[in-house]
Design a protein around this ligand. Structure first.
Ligand code: SF4
Ligand code: SF4
Length: 145
């Protein structure tokens, strides 16, 4: 239970300012986003439906202090799945923006996240190159001018 003084009833309006599509308040808590989310499959504590509920209830501090909001892979699956057009991937980006602007995250944590993103990007490029060469071995001989 969050203490009344820790509740920010304006938070949902603040988040909504940045959004296209339906507002978080349009969520009917059906749970489709959580069922579809690949991160939720791996880490049940990462729960998009719960995060949206926290926004609507005004649990701003509790939400933005939670490092779990940074586990989102920004894959957009939840947005495509939502029957209410609540665009949760976009909401996650807004939460990240507000968390950074208002000092909820340490710079060292952000730097570690950027390093993970760089490693993932390098891995992705390597995998794409490997698969393309498997599909067409001639590519390996191609010189780029
Ligand atoms: S799928 Fe949409 S309506 Fe259902 S819980 Fe998620 S955000 Fe809410
Ligand atoms: S964008 Fe984030 S919350 Fe949505 S399905 Fe992907 S990982 Fe899950």
């Amino acid at each position: 239970m969050v203490a009344e003084e820790a509740i920010d009833r304006e938070f949902k309006h603040r988040v909504a300012q940045y959004l296209e599509g339906q507002l978080p308040t349009n969520c009917d808590t059906c749970g489709t986003c959580s069922s579809a989310c690949p991160v939720h499959q791996a880490l049940p504590g990462f729960d998009p439906r719960r995060f949206i509920r926290m926004i609507n209830l005004g649990y701003k501090d509790e939400l933005l202090q939670n490092t779990a909001i940074w586990y989102c892979a920004l894959c957009n699956t939840c947005t495509v799945a939502c029957p209410q057009d609540v665009r949760f991937k976009q909401i996650m980006e807004v939460l990240h923006k507000i968390a950074i602007a208002e000092g909820y995250v340490e710079p060292s944590f952000l730097e570690a996240l950027k390093e993970i993103e760089r490693e993932c990007q390098a891995y992705r490029c390597e995998q794409i190159a490997t698969r393309l060469i498997e599909l067409n071995p001639e590519l390996q001989k191609t010189e780029v001018e």
